[in-house]
Write a protein that binds this ligand. Structure first.
Ligand SMILES: Cc1cc2nc3c(=O)[nH]c(=O)nc-3n(C[C@H](O)[C@H](O)[C@H](O)COP(=O)(O)OP(=O)(O)OC[C@H]3O[C@@H](n4cnc5c(N)ncnc54)[C@H](O)[C@@H]3O)c2cc1C
Length: 336
């Protein structure tokens, strides 16, 4: 039996940040993951400047494929408008391994199956013994499932998503987002990456789609037709990989006694855009601080939205009222 103070389950962004924070403070921990890194994760890989700030890293210092976007092309029904931004895209297969290197971590390869309590300790698979558990295992984290079962009942907050990332001579280097597609209570994306990769995908509220009598797979097929019509679809037909995750509602509980959950395990992705990498990192660092100080872990200080709604709505309204906005976007796409 291996004994430690804190056992972190999951070495994605949330688990890596938590382990990094504990390591910096000299607090003993073990970090487990069922995958061997580099591993892929179903994700568009869009990251905000806040992510780099959280990592104390300038985007220029990131040593792998990075794409910078100075504008998003927003498609709203028949109109297309530009939104000036400074945003980035990474590839998760590179980024998640980079995080482990950044924090100087080497996770143990182990899939957690059974957790039981013995006095004031937790025994995991009869192999690990710890005083404290941190669940960072994503949407289906075993710690969250066992100690925070009420999380699953928030049916209206689950998102279904499909994406595919592939090597491809990208036709348009800009990031496109489609909102208000018929029957999709969410949005679709076209995200070029560094190194000649492209990520396309869609995501929407599972329950609302059910009520509308549609499925994420059907929406994915419609989206592929739309991309083909816009001349953005590759010659091959992407199959798409699906995944579900929980969107944040208010401040979800992150701690019960000596058990904490962070990142997707806690459902911290932003409700406006489904951005989860930043909140996963923030919650991991906060968990390490809470363990070090003994103060309770809460979600209160974790970023709630990806964008300032009023500012974005104002920009979109202003641009979409311009009679030229649609044709400007089309002309610019053609010349890109
Ligand atoms: C299609 C899609 C697109 C997305 N696009 C974006 C985007 O563009 N930008 C953004 O910010 N967010 C995006 N997200 C959300 C983002 O991917 C997640 O919020 C983020 O990965 C959460 O990080 P995490 O560390 O909590 O979990 P994860 O990254 O899921 O890591 C969890 C880790 O736990 C491990 N694990 C799981 N179970 C066990 C077990 N039993 N034992 C041991 N290890 C285990 C897994 O192997 C994994 O490595 C997207 C999500 C989807 C589904």
């Amino acid at each position: 039996m291996i004994t430690t103070d804190t056992l972190i389950i999951g070495a994605g962004p949330a688990g890596a940040a938590c382990a990094g924070g504990l390591k910096r403070r000299g607090i003993p921990f073990l970090l487990l993951d069922k995958a061997v890194f580099p591993r892929n994760k179903t994700c568009a890989g869009w990251v905000t400047p806040e992510v780099f700030r959280t990592l104390n890293l300038s985007p220029a210092g990131y040593p792998h494929s990075l794409k910078e976007f100075r504008e998003f092309v927003i498609h709203l029904r028949r109109r297309s408008v530009y939104l000036p931004v400074r945003q980035y895209a990474i590839r998760r297969i590179e980024f998640d391994r980079f995080l482990l290197e950044h924090y100087g971590l080497e996770p143990l390869h182990h899939q957690v199956r059974e957790i039981r309590q013995e006095g004031d300790h937790f025994i995991v698979d009869d192999r690990f013994r710890a005083r404290r558990l941190v669940g960072a295992g994503g949407s289906y984290c075993p710690v969250a499932a066992q100690f925070f079962p009420e999380r699953k009942e928030k049916k209206e907050m689950w998102i279904s998503a499909i994406e595919e990332e592939f090597e491809y001579p990208v036709k348009d280097e800009r990031c496109h987002l489609w909102f208000r597609l018929p029957d999709l209570p969410g949005y679709a994306w076209y995200v070029p990456k560094g190194g000649g990769y492209l990520n396309i995908g869609i995501g929407g509220y599972t329950q609302t789609m059910k009520e509308k009598g549609t499925t994420i797979r059907r929406q994915w097929e419609s989206f592929l037709h739309l991309l083909a019509a816009d001349g953005l679809l590759p010659d091959r037909t992407p199959h798409g990989r699906g995944y579900n995750y929980l969107i944040r509602r208010k401040d979800p509980p992150l701690q019960k006694g000596n058990v904490m959950i962070i990142g997707d395990a806690a459902g911290l992705a932003t409700p406006d855009m489904g951005e989860g990498i930043g909140p996963a990192l923030e919650s991991g660092l906060l968990a390490a601080g809470a363990i070090a100080t003994g103060r309770p872990l809460t979600a209160r200080s974790i970023r709630k939205n990806s964008f300032n709604h009023l500012k974005v709505a104002g920009q979109i309204l202003w641009r979409s009222l311009s009679p030229f906005s649609a044709s400007i976007a089309k002309n610019s796409a053609a010349s890109a």
